[in-house]
Design a binder for this molecule. Structure first.
Ligand code: MV4
Length: 502
C-alpha cells in the first residue's frame, strides 16, 4: 500500500495531486527548483526538497535528483503530473528498477503510443479508425508521391515522434510534396532525433474530441466520456468542455468503445486520453494517445463524479476499478478555461511578474485550481499557466453564464492575464451556439480583439477608480515609492536547502 507519494511536478498540478493524497491519508513530498522556493506547492506538501537550479533540465527533468529525493524521503511512489517526466519511458523504467511505484502506465504503453507510426499500426490491428494514410515511415520520396496520389491532396506530413503539432506540414499542391517531406524530416530530426515521418489525409476544419479512459491492472477498462477541446491557439488548448456540443448518444457510445479498445491494445493501466479528430459529419479518427493525467481532467471529474488522481493511486496500488462502465453517467455540463500570465492584447506575449492582488472566484458550481498568491512572482522558467477555472451547471447555457460570472469576479493585478480574452470568447455567437471547430479562434478574430478604444465613460470611470484607490491607500503608495520592499517570509525560509516540514 502506498503511504507516501513524491510529486515530481510544480504549480497547480502538484497542489491538485497533494489534495487527493491528503484526503487518502497518504503523505506527500514536494520537489522544487531554486526558482520555486516560494511556490505554494512547496507549502501544501508534508515535506519539500530542493532539486536544483531554475531551468527544468537541471531540476524537474533530472531523473537522478528526483529518485534521490524519493529514497531520502522514503516515498514509495512517484506521481509525475503532466509535462516534465510524465511521458518519459526511461523514468518509468528507472522507478521500477529502484522499487518505486510509478503512478502511470508501463514504459511499453508510453513507448508504443509515443511513436505515432507504431501507434497507428496498433490501432489498425485493434480496429480503431485511424486517418487514412501510411503506417510505415516514408523512406522513398517517389513512393510517397505515389501514395499521396492514391489518398488525394491535401495531406499532412507528420513526425512519428511528434505530437501536439510539432514536425507537421500541410501539403495542398503536388509541387510542394518534396520540400514538405524534406523539411518535416529535418525538423523532426532536430526536435526528436528521429526523422521518421508518415502521411495522413488532411481532415479539413476538424474538431478535437478526446476520451478519458481509466484501466486497472486486472484487465478492467472504462471510458469517462469525452472532452471537447477544439478551442485552441497554436496547439494550446484555451477552453475545454464536456459534453461536446456536437456529440450524439450513438457516436459517443461508439467512440467510447473504440477508446477502450485503443487502451486495451497496449495493455494500458492508469488514466489516459485517446484523442480523436472529428469532421462535421461526425466521422472520427484516432489521432494520438496521451499517457498521462491531462490539464483538463477536472471537467471530467465534475461531470462524471470521479476523482481521477485517487483513481490513479488506487490503480497503482493494484486495486480493481471501483466502477463499471454502466455505473458511469454524464451529469450536467462543465467548462474549463486556462488562465495564463500572458498579454492577450499583445500577441499573447508571456507576462510573468509579481502578482499584486488576487481575488479568486467562488460560489456554487465553481472550482479554481491554481497556485499563485498576492506577492508571488511568477517565474519565467516554466509554462505561464496560473490557474484553471472550472464551472459546472446543469445545462451548457447556465454553465456559460456561470463562467462569465466567475471570470467577472476573478481579479488579478500586477501582471496581464488571459482573463479578458476568455470573457470575450464566451460572447462569440459560434461559441454560444456550440458551433465551433479547431479554426474557431482564427475565424472569430473580430470578436476576440480587445476594443482598443473604450468608450469615454469607461476611461472616466477608470481614472476615478484609480484616484479613489490612491486616496484610500496613500500609505501603500508612499511605501512603494520610498521604502525598500518588504522581505517575503517565504523567500527567507526557502533559502535554506532541503527544508523539510515547511
Ligand atoms: C491533423 C489535422 C488535419 N488532418 N491531421 C494538430 C496537432 C496534432 N495533435 C494533430 N493536429 C492536426 N492533425 C490530419 N490528418 C489537423 C490538426 C490540427 C489540430 C488538431 C487538433 C486540435 C487543433 C488543431 C489545430 C490545427 C491543426
Amino acid at each position: 500500500m502506498i503511504k507516501k507519494i513524491l510529486v515530481a511536478n510544480r504549480g497547480e498540478i502538484a497542489i491538485r495531486i497533494i489534495r487527493s493524497c491528503r484526503e487518502m491519508g497518504i503523505k506527500s513530498v514536494a520537489v522544487y527548483s531554486d526558482a520555486d522556493r516560494t511556490s505554494s506547492h512547496v507549502r501544501s506538501a508534508d515535506e519539500a526538497y530542493n532539486i536544483g537550479p531554475a531551468p527544468s533540465n537541471e531540476s524537474y527533468l533530472v531523473i537522478d535528483n528526483i529518485i534521490e529525493v524519493a529514497k531520502k524521503s522514503g516515498a514509495d511512489a512517484i506521481h509525475p503530473g503532466y509535462g516534465f517526466l510524465s511521458e518519459n519511458a526511461n523514468f518509468t523504467d528507472r522507478c521500477e528498477k529502484e522499487g518505486i511505484i510509478f503512478i502511470g502506465p508501463s514504459s511499453y504503453a508510453i513507448n508504443t503510443m509515443g511513436d505515432k507510426i507504431t501507434a497507428r499500426k496498433k490501432m489498425q490491428s485493434a480496429n480503431v479508425p485511424v486517418v487514412p494514410g501510411t503506417t510505415e515511415p516514408i523512406t522513398d520520396i517517389n513512393k510517397a508521391i505515389e501514395i499521396i496520389h492514391q489518398i488525394g491532396l491535401p495531406v499532412m506530413i507528420k513526425a512519428s515522434a511528434g505530437g501536439g503539432g510539432k514536425g507537421m506540414r500541410l501539403v495542398t499542391k503536388k509541387e510542394d510534396i518534396v520540400s514538405a517531406v524534406t523539411s518535416a524530416k529535418s525538423e523532426a530530426l532536430a526536435s526528436f532525433s528521429n526523422d521518421a515521418v508518415y502521411i495522413e489525409k488532411y481532415i479539413n476544419s476538424p474538431h478535437h474530441i478526446e476520451f478519458q479512459i481509466v484501466a486497472d491492472k486486472h484487465g478492467n477498462c472504462v471510458h469517462l466520456f469525452e472532452r471537447e477541446c477544439s478551442v485552441q491557439r497554436r496547439h494550446q488548448k484555451v477552453v475545454e468542455e464536456t459534453p461536446s456540443p456536437i456529440m450524439t448518444a450513438k457516436v459517443r457510445s461508439e467512440m467510447g468503445k473504440h477508446a477502450v479498445a485503443a487502451a486495451k491494445a497496449v495493455n494500458y493501466s492508469g488514466a489516459g486520453t485517446i484523442e480523436f479528430i472529428v469532421d462535421d459529419e461526425l466521422n472520427y479518427y484516432f489521432l494520438e494517445m496521451n499517457t498521462r493525467l491531462q490539464v483538463e481532467h477536472p471537467i471530467t471529474e465534475r461531470v462524471v463524479g470521479v476523482d481521477l488522481v485517487k483513481t490513479q493511486i488506487n490503480i497503482a496500488n493494484g486495486e480493481p476499478l471501483k466502477f463499471k462502465q454502466e455505473d458511469l453517467k454524464q451529469n450536467g455540463h462543465a467548462i474549463e478555461v486556462r488562465i495564463y500570465a500572458e498579454d492577450p492584447d499583445n500577441n499573447f506575449m508571456p507576462n510573468p511578474g509579481k502578482i499584486e492582488h488576487i481575488t479568486e472566484p467562488l460560489g456554487f458550481g465553481v472550482r479554481h485550481d491554481g497556485y499563485v498568491y498576492a506577492g508571488y512572482e511568477i517565474p519565467v522558467h516554466y509554462d505561464p499557466l496560473i490557474s484553471k477555472l472550472i464551472v459546472w451547471a446543469s445545462t451548457r447555457s447556465e454553465a456559460i453564464d456561470r463562467l462569465k460570472r466567475a471570470l467577472y469576479a476573478y481579479k488579478i493585478t500586477g501582471i496581464k492575464t488571459s482573463i479578458p480574452f476568455l470573457s470575450r470568447i464566451l460572447d462569440v455567437p459560434d461559441f454560444v451556439n456550440g458551433k465551433y471547430n479547431t479554426h474557431f479562434i482564427q475565424d472569430n478574430e473580430k470578436y476576440l480583439k480587445a476594443d482598443k478604444n473604450p468608450p469615454q465613460r469607461v476611461k472616466d470611470i477608470s481614472a476615478i477608480a484609480a484616484f479613489v484607490d490612491y486616496l484610500n491607500n496613500l500609505d501603500k503608495y508612499k511605501e512603494q515609492r520610498f521604502c525598500k520592499p518588504q522581505l517575503n517570509n517565504w523567500k527567507t525560509f526557502g533559502r535554506k536547502k532541503n527544508v523539510t516540514r515547511l
